[in-house]
Design a protein around this ligand. Structure first.
Ligand code: ZN
Length: 80
């Protein structure tokens, strides 16, 4: 897709800036949205409420941060 880049974009759904590759909105199947909104739409479609979506997103971010720390530690060969 032409607009799928890692440049800074504004999500039309939540209005936040994002740089990660966009997600395709499930509502119209053509609007590019941030990955958080993409995850929310996916979980909303299977019945998770907003609070459950927040919990899932929080867990994903924690795991991503842990992975990033692991990679940095591995790179510098030093304990965290
Ligand atoms: Zn968004």
């Amino acid at each position: 897709m032409k607009n799928e880049t890692n440049t800074e974009q504004i999500c039309p759904k939540c209005g936040q800036y994002y740089v990660a590759p966009p997600a395709l909105s499930r509502t119209d199947n053509k609007t590019l949205i941030c990955s958080d909104c993409g995850i929310r739409e996916a979980y909303e479609s299977i019945g998770f409420n907003h609070e459950e979506q927040d919990m899932i997103l929080s867990t994903i971010r924690t795991k991503q941060n842990a992975y990033s720390c692991h990679q940095i530690t591995k790179y510098y060969n030093a304990p965290v």
